[in-house]
Design a protein around this ligand. Structure first.
Ligand code: PLP
Length: 338
C-alpha cells in the first residue's frame, strides 16, 4: 500500500495522542478504555475532517482551483474545517448548509460551527432539509465557472476515496502507536456518518491484517444502509489504492441503535455521555457524533459486550464546537450516573 504517492498538504498535528481514560474505565467497571484524540488535529479546533482535507485540498491545489465548495448540516464540522483549510491555502470557500433538524434556536442556526464558518471568511448559503445537496453544489459550481472562477467540489463529509485515504493513514498511525507501546488494541469504536472515516479505517486495518475489531456507531442511517455505504466506499477506496483481492463485507460492522429521533436530535444517552466525559475525564465530546458514539460505547460496556481485560479505543472525531449550538440541551446538567 503506497499512500505517499498521493499529494498531501499538511493541515493538522499528527500523530494525534492516544491516551488512557482511567476514570471512565473505573466508573464503568472496565474494560480498559482509551481515547485517540482526533479532536486535537489542530485546524480550527480540530476534528476528523482534517485528515481527509489534507488529501482533498492537495488535489484542489493541483487542479489550480481558487474556490472550494462543500456542504453539510447546519452545525457541520466538515464545513468549518474546510473553511479553515481554504483560508490557510488562500482559496475562497463556498458552503451550503442543509437544515436537517428544523431547529430555529439562534444558537443552533448561528453559533458554534456557523460562527466559525463566517470567521474563516466562507460564503454561507442555506438549503431546506431533504434537498439534493450534491445537485445544489453542482449548480453553485456552474455559476462560479460562469463568473470566471475555478471551483473544486468536495462531497459532504469529504467522503470519497481520496478523502478516505486520510483514515487509511490513521489506521496505520494507530497500529504503529499500539506497537510502540506494546499495547494490544482489541476494539476501535467511533461515530460513523458520511462513511469516509470508517471506510478508510476498515481498509487500513484489513490491508494490515490487523486483529483490531472496528465498530461504527451510526448517527443517521439505519444499520443495513450505513454498512452498505461504508462497504461501498471502502471497496472504492481499496481499488483506488490498487490493493489486491477485495474488501470483504463482514469486516464492516455498524450499530445504529443510538440515533434516537434523527440526525442531530439529542438523546438522553448522548446527554449522559457528554456530561460523564466532561466530568470524569475533562473531555469535551459533541452532541451530534462523538456524544452518540460514546453513548453507544457506554451502553455496550454496560451490556457486557467487551471483556473486562480488553483494550477498547474510542476515536474522538471532534466536533465540540457544536456544543455551543445546543446550550439548552446541557444546562442545567444532570448528575452523571455512576
Ligand atoms: C463528520 C464527523 C463524524 C463522522 O465521520 P464520517 O467520515 O462522516 O463518517 C464523526 N464525528 C464528527 C465530530 C464529525 O464531524
Amino acid at each position: 500500500m503506497d499512500i505517499a504517492r498521493f499529494p498531501r498538504i499538511p493541515l493538522g498535528h499528527f500523530p494525534t495522542p492516544l491516551e488512557p481514560m482511567q476514570n471512565l474505565s473505573r466508573v464503568l467497571g472496565g474494560p480498559r478504555l482509551w481515547i485517540k484524540r482526533d479532536d486535537c488535529t489542530g485546524l480550527s479546533t480540530g476534528g476528523n475532517k482534517t485528515r481527509k482535507l489534507e488529501f482533498l485540498m492537495a488535489e484542489a491545489l493541483a487542479l489550480k482551483a481558487d474556490v472550494v465548495i462543500t456542504q453539510g448540516a447546519t452545525q457541520s464540522n466538515h464545513a468549518r474545517q474546510t473553511a479553515a483549510a481554504a483560508a490557510r491555502l488562500g482559496m475562497r470557500c463556498h458552503i451550503l448548509l442543509e437544515d436537517r433538524t428544523g431547529s430555529t434556536d439562534p444558537s443552533y442556526t448561528d453559533n458554534g460551527n456557523v460562527l466559525l464558518d463566517h470567521m474563516h471568511g466562507a460564503v454561507v448559503e442555506r438549503r431546506p432539509g431533504g434537498s439534493n445537496m450534491q445537485a445544489e453544489m453542482e449548480v453553485v459550481a456552474a455559476k462560479l465557472v460562469d463568473a470566471g472562477q475555478r471551483p473544486y467540489v468536495i462531497p459532504g463529509g469529504g467522503s470519497n476515496p481520496l478523502g478516505a485515504i486520510g483514515y487509511v493513514n490513521a489506521a496505520l498511525e494507530l497500529v504503529n502507536q499500539s506497537a510502540e507501546r506494546g499495547l494490544r488494541i482489541d476494539h476501535l469504536v467511533h461515530a460513523t456518518g458520511s462513511a469516509g472515516t470508517q471506510a478508510g479505517l476498515v481498509v487500513g486495518l484489513h490491508a494490515l491484517n490487523s486483529p483490531i475489531r472496528l465498530l461504527g456507531i451510526g448517527v443517521r442511517a439505519p444499520r443495513e444502509k450505513q454498512e452498505t455505504m461504508v462497504h461501498d466506499l471502502g471497496r472504492r477506496t481499496w481499488d483506488f489504492l490498487g490493493l489486491r483481492h477485495d474488501l470483504p463485507r463482514e469486516v464492516v460492522v455498524a450499530n445504529c441503535d443510538y440515533v434516537g429521533g434523527g440526525y442531530g436530535v439529542p438523546t438522553p444517552g448522548m446527554v449522559e455521555a457528554v456530561t460523564l466525559l466532561a466530568r470524569t475525564e475533562g473531555l469535551l465530546l459533541d452532541p451530534v457524533y462523538s456524544g452518540k458514539g460514546m453513548a453507544g460505547l457506554i451502553d455496550l460496556v454496560r451490556k457486557g459486550h467487551f471483556k473486562k481485560d480488553e483494550n477498547v479505543v474510542f476515536l474522538h472525531t471532534g466536533g465540540s464546537v457544536a456544543l455551543f449550538g445546543y446550550p439548552g440541551t446541557f444546562g442545567p446538567v444532570p448528575e452523571p450516573a455512576s
